[in-house]
Design a protein around this ligand. Structure first.
Ligand code: GLY
Length: 414
């Protein structure tokens, strides 16, 4: 959000204290408990997504981000974000058990089975974990398993054992032959799941190796991160450490850091390797030490004008909140409580009128995300993945509070 262009919204935001570049606002004398904010957020999400699902048509395109006229821009199934719209419908079905939401979730999931027929990349993890794996988890219907396993196999085939990582983009620049991005930590979830659901058992150590390579090469000594490391596929040597969506090669892109918080937490969940939990904590500590007073990060932790005027990225906030909530369950004592408190602070901020789209005419759940600032794309917009991780985090929160009849979110087996 840019203050000068949004004076009216800023006044409201300052009054309510969230998603505002201007920093802290006076705390409400009687803050609403997050329990009721969480339910209200999920109810609002259900109404927004019911409407969009019924009005849209998968053959015409999948909702991705908001436009200034208050509609969804849409993408084809091979876009990296195509799984998030059906994935949110599955979460909302898990929350409401509404058969209409289930029917819509199926309708928007099944066409994604064709993704492997087109151009695909490491994003298969984002696309299938959100859609088919959630569908399988929430329905037990075996129809959803095979497409997810097929995608996991294609993802695993992008692994180079010399590098010890899955290749991200298929860049054509010969000087940049093998880019690996921090976002890829999220795609490992499909491999861990597949290894335990009828796929190749070798996908699990492969995913863990990728996580180790990321730990060694992308995470800096101070806990910040490089977005992209370019490797030599013949030797495994790291050739270059750069950014694609951050402010500078040496800065820390906020959503990338959130992918790492969540990604190392899930690698700990799936492997029990304490080094992954230690790294999840280190990258989380870096981010938490740099959060603005409204608990929603600037799009890059070193963005010019942060925190006074730089745009906030609600998607990074939502991803981090969900990762922190899970991580808090693995960290005993005061530190675990600290991570949970930070997640609750973020969710309270995201659930305020300054961040929610309620009453704005926008079709998303959350406002104020940044897709790709350096490329001037999707700045201060609603994004389908911000909504997905916000809804997920609220479900996790209600589960941790014991306010859900069933546990649906993945958790480390004890
Ligand atoms: N995976 C791409 C992004 O986070 O923008």
């Amino acid at each position: 959000m840019r203050i000068p262009l949004r004076a009216a919204a800023l006044a409201l935001a300052c009054a309510l204290g969230a998603c505002t570049p201007a920093g802290p606002a006076a705390p409400s004398p009687r803050p609403a408990p997050l329990d009721s904010l969480a339910r209200a957020g999920l109810d609002f999400a259900a109404s927004q997504y019911r409407r969009a699902a019924a009005a849209g048509d998968p053959a015409r395109g999948y909702p991705r981000s908001t436009t200034p006229d208050g509609t969804w821009s849409t993408i084809r199934i091979n876009d990296w974000t195509s799984g998030f719209f059906p994935g949110t419908l599955w979460y909302l079905y898990a929350y409401t058990r509404d058969p209409e939401l289930r029917a819509q979730a199926e309708r928007w999931t099944l066409p994604l089975a064709d993704i492997p027929k087109g151009k695909y990349s490491h994003d298969l993890g984002f696309q299938f974990n959100t859609s088919f794996v959630n569908a399988y988890r929430f329905t037990g219907d075996d129809r959803f398993r095979a497409p997810a396993l097929n995608a996991a196999g294609l993802l695993a085939a992008r692994f180079n054992p010399t590098v010890g990582a899955i290749k991200s983009w298929d860049w054509t620049d010969p000087k940049r032959p093998y880019p690996v991005i921090v976002d890829n930590m999220m795609n490992l979830e499909l491999l861990y799941w597949g290894a335990g659901h009828g796929g190749d058992a070798g996908w699990k150590p492969l995913a863990a190796t990728h996580a180790r390579t990321t730990q060694t090469n992308h995470v800096r000594a101070d806990g910040g991160s490089f977005h992209v490391v370019v490797f030599d596929p013949a030797t495994g040597a790291a050739l270059e450490r750069i950014t694609h969506q951050g402010y500078a090669d040496s800065s820390t892109w906020a959503r990338g850091q959130a992918w790492l918080v969540y990604g190392f937490t899930l690698s700990f969940r799936e492997t029990g390797d304490p080094r992954f939990l230690a790294t999840a904590r280190r990258v989380a500590d870096y981010a938490l030490a740099r959060l603005p007073a409204d608990a929603v990060p600037c799009w890059d932790y070193q963005a010019p004008g942060c925190p006074a005027t730089a745009e906030r990225d609600a998607s990074a906030a939502a991803i981090m909140a969900s990762g922190l909530l899970e991580m808090s369950t693995y960290v005993p004592g005061a530190d675990g409580a600290r991570y949970r408190g930070a997640a609750e602070r973020i969710l309270t901020s995201l659930s305020s009128p300054a961040c929610l789209a309620r009453g704005t005419g926008q079709p998303t759940v959350l406002l104020h995300s940044v897709g790709n600032h350096p490329k001037s794309q999707e700045i201060d917009v609603g994004l389908n993945y911000a909504d997905y991780y916000y809804v997920e985090a609220l479900l996790r929160y209600l589960e941790l509070r014991g306010l859900r009849p069933q546990q649906v979110m993945p958790r480390r087996a004890r």
